[in-house]
Design a protein around this ligand. Structure first.
Ligand SMILES: [Zn+2]
Length: 228
């Protein structure tokens, strides 16, 4: 009887591309390779419908959601390569900003990921359990970010998990420390403000709250945008 193979829900089957036959690269006669446009298309399809098609240049601030929306969007538009910690109550438009920046990075052919923190931590937990099967790769591994050749966009939506365990604290610190050290672009959203976030991550263990929040706030001139 055949052994059951785990199907990893993280990697969806890739669409069949007539250009590159799903290699993701196009060969240019005598001049090497270039990335196929299907890569960006496939990545953009993972944007939740609520936020799809948000173009940074065209978004009209919704002042009914929050009166600071206009100035927040302006800040981000003026420096779309910047790092941001965006905090505010549910519904003020934090994720919209994150996904607009993510979309821009993808269209510039930069490596990019946008994921909710709860999902990412779940990925890490599964990868830890599946360690010997080599089947489940997390959506974003710190080792992948150890590169200076390209600047990653790392968007962490809803920077909160119900129970911050030591394992989660360790993985998130490792991830953020790598993002920080390699000067990638980090965008974090949260319903908690920066002080409450520090208290939240302190639950993972001694020193984690401060260590994690220092990485978020001290990376490459990070800007704190609060909409409460
Ligand atoms: Zn292709």
């Amino acid at each position: 009887m055949n052994a059951m193979r785990a199907v990893c829900p993280i990697r969806p089957a890739s669409p069949l591309c007539g250009e590159c036959h799903d290699l993701g690269w196009l060969f240019i006669d005598g001049r090497g390779v270039k990335k196929c446009a299907c890569r960006a298309r496939a990545i953009l399809e993972r944007i939740p419908p609520e936020y799809e098609g948000l173009r940074l240049e065209e978004v009209t601030p919704d002042l009914k959601r929050h009166p600071r929306q206009a100035s927040v969007w302006e800040t981000v538009r003026n420096n779309p390569d910047g790092c941001y910690l965006i905090c505010g109550k549910s519904g003020v438009g934090k994720s919209a900003i994150l996904y607009a920046l993510y979309r821009r990075a993808v269209l510039l052919c930069r490596p990019a990921v946008a994921i909710s923190l709860a999902k990412l931590v779940e990925d890490y937990r599964r990868a830890e359990l599946a360690r010997y099967e080599n089947e489940c790769a997390p959506a974003l591994s710190p080792v992948t970010l150890e590169t200076r050749s390209e600047r990653w966009f790392v968007g962490l939506d809803d920077f909160y998990i119900r129970r911050p365990t030591r394992f989660a604290g360790e993985m998130i610190f490792w991830l953020l420390d790598t993002v920080y050290s390699y000067r990638h672009q980090l965008v974090v959203t949260s319903q908690l403000d920066k002080d409450r976030l520090e208290q939240h991550w302190a639950e993972a263990g001694e020193g984690y709250g401060r260590a994690i929040m220092r990485r978020v706030q001290e990376i490459e001139g990070a800007v704190y945008l609060a909409m409460f």
